[in-house]
Design a protein around this ligand. Sequence first.
Ligand SMILES: [Zn+2]
Ligand SMILES: [Zn+2]
Length: 566
Amino acid sequence: MKLTPGANAPVPTSKMAVTLTWSADSAVDPQALLVTETGKIRDDKDFVFYNAPHHPSGAVVLTETAAARAELTVELTEVEPEICRIVITGSVEDGSFRDVRGLAVSVREPDGRNAALTFDIEQSEAVTAIVLGEFYRRNGAWKFRCVVQGWSSGLRGLAEEFGVQVDDEPEPPSAPAPAPPPSAPAAPTHHAGASGTASPRGNAVSAPPNRPPGWYIDPDRAGWYRWWQDGWSEERRQIFPPGQGVCERCGRPVQQSRFRGTRPCRWCDNDVQQIMQGWRAQAWQLLTTTGPHGPEWDALRISLIFHQVHPDTGREALTPLAVGYLERVVTFAFADSQIEEHELDEFESAVATLSAAANLHTAQHHIEELRRRMRRGRSLTQVRAGDLPRVQSSRIHLEADEIIYLEADAMHVKYLASGPKHTPGRIIASNKKLRFVGPGAGSELPWAKIVSITSEYGNVIVSATTARGGGTYQVHDPEWVAAVLEGALRVAKRLVLAPGQRDSRSIPPHVRAEVYQRDGGKCCQCGAIHYLEFDHVIPLSRGGATSVNNLQILCRQCNLEKGARL
Ligand SMILES: [Zn+2]
Ligand SMILES: [Zn+2]
């Protein structure tokens, strides 16, 4: 099975070999990082590499490094429980991945002839480290995801991102080597004077059939680049070599910078700014319609190479859009109050795909917060579907075969003509009934008498066929309490949610899109772009409709504050 970046597949057996192969004239080193839920390693022992080839648990061993081949062996049954991902990376000592030809990764049984999963690495950027892929736990089983994310800060930057402590060496005073000019993707088969000028044109065309779109040295015209995209086009531009006092992009005279090589001229800066303005609008349009994949998305990426925009400029431009898009994905996923397994996978795929094209590591905290929301949403959905927790309670007498699902501090609120009456106590839910136990007061309600459970603005609302026991409860974690009560109610009444059947709170997709667009992907009240939720202007419990006019985007904070005012 061939994987593309962002795609994942189940791992067939627990013992797997990850093999890297490439053509012989480069040296590639693989590494593995065993990371916890936090996205970091516990300590440097969790970094398996050339100088530390054995993980202490035995779960990962670097078994081979040869001229054109390297292998890591992974024993998934040995992985300690707190490790939730094994990130597989690769680095090169000399040159960059752009120069490594024919790099391919396969994941297979160590003695198996046939690879279970494979993917190729074609890196058009001059990065020296790449996250190749990762094993990750999902519902107790292991899956493998293809990532292919280049790391412009190299293995050191990559390792630090995952929490590896790198000893500081003093930087040489003349700073890092200048970035390669954006305009000249390496084309080693076409060095001037080599095959290109000497051989007939037909040969030059057929020689590099699989290279990525880009500007390459024109085999027919010395001193010019020519655009290649599945074949030579008629687009050409003159080569302005570095160090000649002219802009490498347009050939206008520029000042030399001692440290950063020749910078684009001011004219090009303006030109690029103009291009990026239109590009951002197009990128956002695509993200909110088809998402970050497909031919149009590829074309958008390639257009930057065509306009000779530096890859860093493209990554920078995409970063806020990518984060905004992921926030939107999560807000939309929650618009039907349930998070399905495939939504979790789609979120992770989007993160992996966008990581390859944007600097998502600069928004690490935001992404982690989104991931936590998705995972919690998923577990609430499972609880609501009847996958209930069990707790011990010593406070009450249980009936025979009674099982407790939840016990929590709660404030019962009764709305009387004289105003709300608050009674403190504890709410206890079992497979038989819902109890409220307060000092000198209490109630018991069998599930048969309960009609519905909802949570709204920090309260849990129990609707019952009798007044006693029903009503509003203020609890510390209303989403969790409501999920358990809903799950218990569903199990007790043997209600099954048919596949595809949606919650009554569900907001139809076109309504989500229209409201999100109208509110500009921001909280209507404070303008925040974090933790956004759909809110019913007139609450559902007060008869508000699920319509464009009665919906708005609020951040979590403003949503909770609104609840407190109601
Ligand atoms: Zn210029
Ligand atoms: Zn807000």
